[in-house]
Design a protein around this ligand. Structure first.
Ligand SMILES: [Zn+2]
Length: 457
């Protein structure tokens, strides 16, 4: 009997101690402050607020955090460990990220406060917790999308593994049901744990966020003989073959595209598509108000011309004809009468128009030089554009020269970078001589200036 009392006393002691330990354990995961971090930025990344973070960590002055400081992140009680984050790349899903970091799907969703797994945006910070046992993140050998009516057992058989390994590797816990289209991975091997369709080896998108009037390039790797397809917002992506297993697509983002997110869909004709959002930022464009003759704006004049040119620049020549950085098409490039993207009001209208090229100073003795090698796609006189030349540089990239006094080339001619293709002028609907230079990519006018500063793609 005395022995029994001792035992029960011990039990009471344990009970008294446990809540104290539990409080420390449920405080939540921690984040180590990095150089340049602000409390606001940390709050944004981890879905908290500055006041919640300050309260949880006893911080009185939110600006007084320092690198190396450990902060408890509130709202994630029950999760332990050190929080890390990295930008989400195209093709990663909540499921593939859970696999990669060895976390339960629900835990990762909670860490990222994800309510809708389909609403992830490329480049958004994905938060994960550094596991004490990283071996939980198993390498994957093969992936397979669940077909209509297919059971988990059937998927396991197709992947040549047992259903328990399939459940364990994909962190399905005891789940027995399958979801059509869900991508399941088989353990063992060195394949990336991506959410891309099985045949698609990798896809890189950049630079992100996309910017109005700039270019996005996509590099895709897939087995030889694949037919890549894609859509970015309203634009059909046109992939060209760089090597037998590598494709590339260049797409301009329209200068008036609404900032926010754009849906990007990429896949293989044989293999289904993968869809995720990318972010589009505003380009820093100014405004100008102009007075022009009314007929310049008359759709009866501009419509047919615009359609003609849209047809010219819609072509995608599979060979890349240019090399490196573009040069300026005239020798006057220290200052410009008007730059690309400027929002325009004509004759007192709203600022719904924009300037789709870069204007350069010049007179009828100023030669127009090809900014890069290519093949002349169009020459001719147009009512609004005047004497016009478009050069096809390949891969869906074109440059155009408007209002020339003279054209020295004809359609089909191959031109070298720096070759004289015409002379600056004041033809068409203009107030005075200048060269209007356009660069089109994937059927969309983009800012020519970045092309003179760095090599694309
Ligand atoms: Zn212009």
């Amino acid at each position: 009997m005395p022995r029994c009392q001792r035992l029960s006393l011990l039990a009471v002691c344990l009970l008294l101690f446990r809540p104290v330990q539990a409080t420390a354990q449920t405080a939540g995961p921690t984040y180590t402050v990095q150089e340049g971090d602000t409390l606001f930025g940390i709050a944004l990344t981890f879905g908290s607020t500055v006041s919640e973070l300050a309260a949880a960590n006893g911080i009185e002055d939110p600006s007084a955090i320092f690198p190396g400081q450990q902060l408890v992140i509130p709202g994630l009680e029950g999760i332990q460990g050190s929080l890390q984050f990295e930008p989400l790349t195209f093709g990663e899903t909540l499921a593939s990220e859970a696999l990669r970091h060895g976390l339960a799907l629900g835990e990762l969703a909670r860490l990222n406060r994800v309510l809708n797994p389909l609403s992830l945006i490329v480049g958004q910070p994905m938060v994960y917790v550094d596991q004490q046992s990283p071996s939980l993140a198993l390498p994957t050998s093969e992936r397979k999308a669940v077909e209509a009516g297919q059971s988990l057992l059937e998927v396991a058989v197709a992947l040549n593994i047992d259903v328990w390994s399939l459940q364990a590797h994909n962190r399905l816990e005891a789940r027995r049901w399958s979801v059509q289209g869900e991508l399941l991975h088989a353990p063992g091997g060195d394949q990336p744990t991506t959410g891309l369709p099985p045949g698609l080896i990798s896809l890189e998108v950049g630079p992100l966020p996309a910017v109005q009037g700039r270019v996005v390039d996509l590099k895709l790797i897939a087995p030889q003989g694949s037919i890549p397809t894609g859509q970015l917002g309203p634009w059909n992506l046109r992939f060209v073959e760089e090597t037998p297993t590598e494709w590339i697509a260049l797409q301009g983002i329209h200068a008036l595209q609404n900032p926010g997110v754009l849906d990007l869909q990429v896949g293989l004709a044989s293999d289904g598509t993968f869809s995720q959002s990318i972010e589009v930022e505003e380009g820093d464009y100014g405004r100008e108000a102009l007075q022009v003759p009314a007929e310049t704006l008359d759709p009866a004049n501009t419509g047919p011309e615009d359609e003609l040119i849209a047809g010219v620049v819609a072509e995608v020549t599979p060979e890349k004809l240019w090399q490196g950085v573009f040069s300026f098409p005239t020798s006057y490039f220290e200052a410009f009468p008007s730059v690309f993207g400027t929002r325009r009001s004509y004759n007192g209208s709203e600022f719904t128009y924009y300037h789709n090229g870069l204007d350069l100073y010049g007179s009828s003795t100023t030669p127009v030089l090809a900014p890069a090698a290519g093949r002349v796609a169009f020459t001719g006189f147009l009512t609004v554009r005047g004497n016009t030349t478009y050069i096809d540089h390949g891969w869906g990239v074109f440059s155009g020269f408007l209002h020339q006094s003279e054209i020295l080339v004809k359609a089909g001619d191959l031109v070298e970078q720096g070759q004289i293709v015409g002379y600056v002028g004041g033809t068409g609907r203009v107030t005075g001589p200048h060269l209007h230079w356009e660069v089109w990519v994937g059927g969309v006018p983009v800012d020519p200036l970045p092309w003179t500063r760095s090599a694309f793609p």
